[in-house]
Design a protein around this ligand. Structure first.
Ligand SMILES: [Fe+2]
Length: 365
């Protein structure tokens, strides 16, 4: 490729490297895809751009689009081989078409449906580990210009990084989906195994996230606290329900839960929270009699939320305390049983409405 202006080209390539670096920090697929289409259009000076990705049925779907017809094209589906984008997807090769009227591959139906007039197209495949996952498509070079090899090379560099980032976010989504469902299965098992605790884990998870938000913890920490709340009593699953629920046996559940979770890499931050959620601020808790700030913050939060749920919930073996009275009861144990700062934040973060169990009554569908 002969460069028309090498200095200008280097400038553009440097800009591409900068924008693709920013892709790596994006965790939501929709945000990532719209960033990619916008930066791609800017990079080569196109009026519109879109990303098509293969779906489970092997068809290409518009996942993000910019430009005048963005809304109109979003629901459209492209068959493999259909139009220039379909050709690029099937062949895994780029395509430059500077006069759509003379290219037999061009599918005019999309223009008729969207009202957009396509004069020129530049398509590059999005490839990950040797597999085409979709197509990045640019329409109409601005100022009636023509797409050229320089544009194509720049777009290839951008598409390379874009495909890696797309697959990375999809993998994260798949992991989150997997762990959410596994958590649901475990919580369902726990609700059946220890019926007196029915709904307890979900409520504690909800409170723990509210308190974490009130404490100004990061999004990741809030999420961790939510999962820790869900799984804090998971060790109860290891206890034989036919035997008597003695205090000694029940006090084994933090350690049993810790043992169940500690080797799961994705949940390893939850393990210390589960192990220490029954420690007390004054050092008289279990299993390790940790004291004050030696108890992990997450464990102090979950411990407070668990106790708050036990005294307010209808599934408790005692009659539940009304909300205001429950808060006073919790305050009475600040600095002995509980971290006083967490109690303060609990009071500020949880309203009476948050304590209402929104699950449908058992037996309903
Ligand atoms: Fe517990």
């Amino acid at each position: 490729m002969k460069l028309s202006d090498p200095a200008e080209y280097v400038k553009k390539l440097t800009a591409v490297l900068e924008v693709t670096k920013a892709y790596r920090g994006i965790i939501h697929l929709d945000v990532l895809l719209s960033t990619i289409v916008e930066t791609a259009a800017d990079t080569v000076g196109a009026e519109a751009s879109s990303i098509l990705l293969y779906d489970d049925e092997g068809k290409l779907r518009f996942h993000s689009a910019s430009g005048r017809a963005a809304r109109a094209v979003k629901p459209m589906i492209v068959e493999p081989g259909q139009g220039i984008a379909g050709w690029t997807a099937v062949n895994g090769e780029p395509a430059i078409v500077n006069d759509t009227a003379t290219d037999p591959r061009f599918a005019g139906g999309f223009d008729r449906e969207s009202g957009f007039v396509t004069r020129s197209i530049l398509c590059v495949p999005l490839t990950f580990e040797g597999r085409v996952i979709g197509v990045l498509e640019l329409l109409n070079k601005k100022d009636d210009g023509k797409f050229d090899e320089e544009d194509q090379t720049l777009l290839f560099s951008l598409a390379d990084q874009a495909a890696i980032s797309i697959e990375h976010v999809r993998l994260q989504d798949a992991q989150n989906n997997y762990f959410s469902h596994v958590s649901e299965i475990l919580i369902g098992a726990m609700d059946t195994h220890v019926p007196i605790k029915d709904g307890h884990a979900r409520r504690v998870a909800r409170y723990a996230r509210l308190v974490a938000t009130g404490l100004g913890l990061s999004d990741d920490e809030q999420r961790e606290l939510y999962f820790a709340g869900l799984l804090h009593d998971i060790g109860l699953l290891k206890l034989d329900t036919s035997a008597e629920w003695t205090r000694e046996r029940i006090e084994l559940h933090p350690l049993l839960g810790y043992e169940m979770i500690k080797d799961i890499i994705f949940w390893k931050q939850l393990a210390p929270v589960i192990l220490h959620h029954h420690e007390r601020w004054d050092g008289r808790g279990y299993p390790n009699k940790l004291q004050g700030e030696a108890i992990p913050l997450g464990a102090r939060i979950v411990g407070v939320c668990e106790a708050f749920d036990v005294i307010t919930s209808t599934s408790s073996y005692k009659s539940p305390l009304p909300y205001e009275m429950a808060l006073r009861e919790m305050e009475a144990h600040a600095a002995t049983q509980f971290d006083p700062r967490v109690i303060e934040v609990l009071k500020a973060s949880i309203s009476e409405a948050d304590t209402l169990d929104r699950r449908p009554p058992s037996g309903s569908k």
